[in-house]
Design a protein around this ligand. Structure first.
Ligand code: F3S
Length: 279
């Protein structure tokens, strides 16, 4: 059985950076808490917990003196609240998200109605809206062109949740164009997600089975699994090697492996090693 890893898979730059910052804090013996789980990966969250980095679901739950902000970022009000409580801060907001926050604020400052293309309840989108509002802007969030309201005061600026697809951005821009509105578009899409999806789709076409590694609670990993399941004859979503079953790979000549943007390298190697031991 031949094992092929996707050409682009696993932890993205922003997730790896957040993880490194958290582990540095642990190495320095700081008792820290992340505001919400650092990433959607139970094994990583447990490993951090063991290293003294626990999860606080809200600021009220923080009982240490150091708070780590995760890669999605937070609202400016949350940052201010952390500092005004006298707590120290490690800001692991992904630089791509920071760029989107600045773009939202710039559009608002220049008088635009800020249209945020993304999922309304996602923490990153909440942050983008809050930065735009703080800069004095009108803000609305749309998941698709269908959600655009009838009347939108001009000028209009668009900012995009980093993990959205370019097709979604184009759809919203085109819908505004049909109404004669020419928005200022800040393309804040991060290509990490699309690159992993494209690499997984390409590999899934060439294999007998695909293994997708990452948290069962990770939406980007679940999406990768769905993409693979559309094409590969068999597809399995696992977090650890213990979830693999040898009989599922009977008769397979080629097995493809990919992993979500919140899956660190050691988890990928552990699964690949188990598959190789059967080959
Ligand atoms: Fe950052 Fe893109 Fe990852 S925005 S957290 S590098 S998916």
């Amino acid at each position: 059985m031949k094992i092929i890893e996707a050409r682009c898979a696993g932890a993205c730059y922003g997730v790896q950076r957040a993880l490194d910052l958290a582990l540095e804090a642990a190495d320095a013996d700081r008792k820290a808490q992340t505001l919400g789980p650092l990433i959607h990966n139970p094994q990583v969250v447990a490993k951090l917990e063991q290293a003294g980095i626990s999860v606080a679901d809200s600021l009220d739950e923080v009982d240490g003196d150091l708070v780590i902000i995760r890669s999605h970022g937070v609202t400016p009000e949350t940052k201010e609240a952390i500092l005004s409580k006298g707590l120290s801060l490690i800001d692991a907001t992904c630089p791509h998200v920071v760029r989107a926050q600045r773009a939202a604020a710039d559009l608002a400052r220049s008088g635009c109605t800020v249209v945020v293309v993304g999922e309304e309840s996602h923490p990153e989108v909440e942050g983008l809206c809050a930065y735009a509002r703080q800069a004095g802007g009108r803000v609305l969030v749309v998941a698709s062109a269908d959600e655009l309201p009838e009347a939108i005061p001009e000028p209009v600026g668009i900012v995009v949740q980093t993990t959205q697809s370019r097709a979604k951005l184009d759809e919203v821009t085109a819908a505004l164009g049909r109404r004669g509105i020419r928005p200022i578009v800040k393309d804040t899409i991060c290509t990490a997600t699309a690159m992993r999806q494209q690499a997984a789709a390409d590999l899934a076409r060439r294999v007998d089975a695909m293994v997708v590694i990452g948290g069962h609670n990770s939406s980007n990993t679940t999406r990768l699994y769905e993409i693979c399941a559309q094409t590969a004859p068999r597809a399995y979503h696992v977090e650890t090697p213990g979830e693999l079953r040898r009989e599922d790979f009977e008769g397979c000549d080629i097995v493809g492996v990919t992993a979500g943007a919140s899956t660190p390298e050691d988890q990928i190697s552990a699964v690949v090693d188990r598959l190789r031991s059967w080959s």
